[in-house]
Design a protein around this ligand. Sequence first.
Ligand code: ZN
Length: 81
Amino acid sequence: MAQVIRMCAGCRQRAAREELVRLVWSDGAVVVDERCRLPGRGVYLHPGCVAAVLRNRGVGRGLRREVDARQLRDLLDRLAG
Ligand SMILES: [Zn+2]
């Protein structure tokens, strides 16, 4: 089976899907799609690229939403921790 490749919104490198965390927009906020089952546009991120994606605003761009920076930082802090 072909490997699924996605781009990390932080470092913008391509990586195997399994190495990345999927973020989606749900009910007015960004959430981590733990099981990769939520519908809609997703943004992928290395767990180690949290700081980079907060700098480059790749999540809001990828999701095409006005992302609340504080909410996103809190969410991603848990991810990195
Ligand atoms: Zn990355």
